[in-house]
Design a protein around this ligand. Sequence first.
Ligand SMILES: Nc1ncnc2c1ncn2[C@@H]1O[C@H](COP(=O)(O)OP(=O)(O)OP(=O)(O)O)[C@@H](O)[C@H]1O
Length: 665
Amino acid sequence: MLNSPETHLHLLMFSIMRSSMSLGKFFLTSLILLLNHRITASSALPLGYDGDEREALYVLRAAFNNSLLNSNWRGIHCYMDDPPRWYGIQCNNGRVTVIALEGMGLKGVVNSDALIHFSELSILSFKNNALLGNIMNFSGNQKLAQIDLSGNKFHGPISESLLSLALLASLKLQNNNLSGKIPEFNQPTLIYFNVSNNNLGGQIPLTQVVQSFSLDSFSGNLGLCGSPTHNSCNNSSVHDSVSDGPSSSNPSGTADNDTKKSKQSSISGYAFLFLLFAVVALLAVILLLILYNKKAKELKNIVTQQNRRAVEAEDKKEDKSEAVESGTVVERGEDRGKLIFLENGGGFELSDLLKASAEGLGKGIFGNTYKAILDNGKALVVKRMRDLKPMTSEEFTRQLQLLANQKHPNLIPPLAYFFSKQEKLLIYRYAEKGNLFNRIHGGRGSKERVPFRWNSRLSAARGVARALQHLHANSRTNNIIPHGNLKSTNVLLNQNNIILVSDYGLSSLIALPIAAQSMVCFKSPEYQTTRRIYPNTDVWSYGCMLIELLSGRVCANAAPPGVKGVDLCSWVHRAVREEWTAEIFDSEISVQRSAAHGMLQLLQIAIRCCDKSPDKRPEMAEIAQEIEKMKAAVDSEDEEDVSVERSLTDESFATTSSIAAADDR
Ligand SMILES: Nc1ncnc2c1ncn2[C@@H]1O[C@H](COP(=O)(O)OP(=O)(O)OP(=O)(O)O)[C@@H](O)[C@H]1O
């Protein structure tokens, strides 16, 4: 896990409340530390990402000038096999495969060559924004299969470069200002096509592919004629289409050539005049926009300066010893945020947090996590949240309150949160004994390693099952994913080794593209095949975690950055099928003879949880009940020393094999 050097939490809080500049600096420091860590960890590898792609994304970011992208699109966008960190971007092997920026109110002009470097791009969506410009040149994007530019302000013709996309399956250009004719699409791969509600004209191409789409795909374009519309094409539009396309209704060119030429030249004369007029109008609009922007910027600067002066003056007047009551909302101006306690008497106040020193614990989906130590020695955990769904402070509060209301001895709910326009923080109790991942894998091979024996592993499995059962029982009605990100780094141990499941229910806060890249649920078999997740997708994550607990191997779906893992469900199925089941168990527990029965039982439960079909997995309540009934092993020092004669043999797995074989599809 990443451990950044000691730093001061009050810097973070102070910067949030006082100065966006120092906040940026703090953020930059954390980012540099993170990048350093990554680069050191993989110094043997080449660059690991595509520089041209990153530059092209920066150009797009500048064009969009969107606050979320301005803050989120920083650093390395795709690094080798790491999950990508940029909002709306998905990658494979350091290359961008998906750009999906939907419904974000994006404005600005997208250059026609904006995507030329993305040769691995397969999905592009700018759906429902307010983007301007011509349809891009896609000649460099031969892997593009889905394009959705609908609901924008794109104008001009539909780019002919689309004709070169041999894998194109879906093209959505509806609700724009596109004009000109529809190109003669002929890719047999094209199964969805919509150009409705534009200003397109001329005859609809007679190619088999284009003609296979219904009237809905073309409606709302007054200038279109020919099948499947009910407008017959008048002579000029028919001639247009005849002269431009080989698959038009008169390909032999038997019409009177002279008449055709004179009509064509008069049409192109009008077209030229129209174009000239359009160019002049466009230049005038651009000039006006530039002037307007300049004025707006000047005005904004003046207002910002005045505001800053006003805030400084107010700060001087403020009583420094302002009391902060725990259990109440602490509010010092909307833009400077609020600290809200979710539990009465959190035992600390904002002023304590401001003075606390902090050290980095690591970086998760949401950003950096810090351990903050208050002056009285109490430790808290502060999570700095990034990539959240756009939501109001009220929505955020509602979601957090729901999470805080989940009371169970094996859950660790948020204690408090901080909300401002730029910054969202979650504050938790500190779990003194770290996480289950470190307990299973940490210090292997070193003298410091304290063996993690069967009874403790069984307690961990039981604690997590109880916590999940509680979450599942309490969220059944609204069909949400109760945990969504169950993995061993999110299972914590307190001073008394009590299991505390953390980070539950956060999928309701995080933006979908980021969640889909990072959260464990989205790596499940059902999401890979159907793009859907279900409440009992958690059961699958639990199955993976049980195998990690039994085998001491890292689970690929839940491995921290920089750690390689194994697809444990497939691995276990293979082990059982190929009859090397005895190898599954971690040597620290396989030497415990009295634990053999329990280990087999837990393995069988894990295999059922791992079923590819969500319907066939057991309910969390059933699993919890089965684990409750399992007895702790009667342990002794002697047992732990049986290293030569393994207590588990392949024969002892006869029952397990048959169950797993039935489950293995
Ligand atoms: N309340 C806590 N007490 C002690 N350690 C914690 C606490 N919360 C998180 N941690 C530890 O801090 C580190 C970073 O946590 P964080 O939640 O940011 O990332 P993660 O768990 O690795 O990934 P993800 O964001 O996907 O959950 C992890 O090692 C985690 O176990």
